[in-house]
Design a protein around this ligand. Structure first.
Ligand SMILES: Cc1ncc(COP(=O)(O)O)c(C=O)c1O
Length: 366
């Protein structure tokens, strides 16, 4: 039996090369594994409901007071609570087209409206696509807009706002509208193409919140640790919505150790950026259009419906992500894997992806 949720998490277990979920392929920090194992031996005890040691570590890491940090089962859980808190009932969530799908799900669960502002077209002529226009977003703010969500960089397009654009967005937004900047992929974006984190900017807006996660560069996706930081009252209201004892003790312990292991993090990020470059360069050399955004993935323009292409990759043992839930029907997202995984993907691609202007072999017949 196929579980309904399997479509959301990528290829079935056992697929040799899993490039469908934007995970780190390098594994957790050894220190995080040791800390989690120690905590596991105490599994008969409840975890710290307040996640105090972890929140303290995050607060120090982000140079904020402890009361400005709340944690959840991944940043997705925190996002659900944030949208419920800010928009429940009549509010509207505003974001860019093809934004992270959880904003839409959270709006639906909260009974809020959800509105997307169009982005530029996909990649063309070896140039990245999906450019975001801050003026268009600001022009779409209406009387019911309560929350503006920007995944920066974005998933699945990899598009980003520069520090300058983010500054303009914050200044142009009415004070009562909450501005969420989702920095799930910030480690992969730092110091490139004008990107800046909220912490590096001095944004002129009273209600900016930031979400971050241990699921990407920290390589702890399976332990589900994410957080929100921002104004004290709002963070505290979001925190009040979480289930009690939400983070397990192994998850808390692993996240603390991972935050302290700068070397492991930096090695993984460096290898990912090398892999992203290699993926983009090799595909472009094959004539494939793609966006090499600032995440740990590339977004490939197929020019044909994605379904059969995804199936062809799966038959070659490679999982890539179809993007229909994002309104992108002729694109796939490919996460950066280890060096051998990228090699396997590229080898499969030379058979599966067409030279420009021709349908891919095997796809025609379907
Ligand atoms: C933009 C963005 N934000 C947040 C998340 C959520 O990550 P998690 O719930 O694992 O922290 C993801 C995961 O893919 C993402 O792509």
């Amino acid at each position: 039996m196929t579980l309904a949720s399997s479509a959301a998490v990528g290829p079935p277990p056992g697929m040799a090369v899993r490039l469908s979920s934007n995970e780190s392929p390098y594994g957790p920090s050894p220190a995080a594994l040791e800390a989690a194992a120690r905590a596991l031996a105490e599994a008969h005890r409840y975890p710290d409901d307040q996640s105090l040691a972890l929140r303290t570590a995050i607060a120090e890491h982000e140079d904020r007071p402890l009361e400005q940090v709340a944690v959840g089962n991944g940043s997705a859980a925190v996002l659900m609570d944030l949208v419920a808190e800010v928009c429940a009932g009549a509010g509207e969530v505003l974001t860019f087209a093809h934004a992270f799908v959880v904003y839409r799900l959270a709006a639906r669960n909260a009974g809020a409206r959800y509105l997307e502002v169009a982005t530029g077209p996909g990649a063309r002529d070896a140039r990245d696509g999906y450019a975001r226009d801050v003026d268009a977003l600001l022009a779409a703010v209406g009387p019911d807009t309560r929350l503006v969500c920007v995944d920066n960089p974005g998933n699945p397009t990899g598009a980003h706002l520069t520090g300058e654009q983010l500054t303009a967005l914050a200044s142009g937004l009415p004070d009562e509208v909450v501005l969420l900047i989702d920095e799930a992929y910030h480690h992969y974006a730092t110091a490139q193409r004008g990107y800046a984190t909220v912490a590096e900017l001095d944004l002129d807006h009273p209600r900016v919140v930031v979400t971050r996660t241990c699921s990407k560069a920290h390589a702890l996706a399976g332990l589900r640790v994410g957080w929100v930081s921002g104004p004290r009252e709002l963070v505290s209201a979001v925190d009040a919505r979480r289930p009690r004892f939400n983070l397990t003790a192994p998850a808390q312990a692993a996240a603390i150790a991972s935050l302290a292991d700068h070397e492991h993090l930096a090695r993984g990020v460096r290898a990912t950026l090398d892999g992203r470059r290699r993926l983009a360069t090799a595909l472009r050399a094959q004539g494939v259009q793609l966006t090499e955004g600032l995440g740990n993935f590339v977004t490939v323009e197929l020019g044909v419906p994605a379904g059969p292409v995804v199936d062809a990759y799966a038959a070659a043992g490679v999982g890539v992500r179809p993007l229909a839930p994002y309104g992108l029907h002729e694109q796939v997202r490919v996460s950066v894997g280890t060096e051998p995984e990228v090699t396997a993907f590229l080898e499969a691609s030379s058979a599966i992806l067409p030279p420009p202007g021709t349908p891919p072999p095997g796809v025609n017949a379907l």
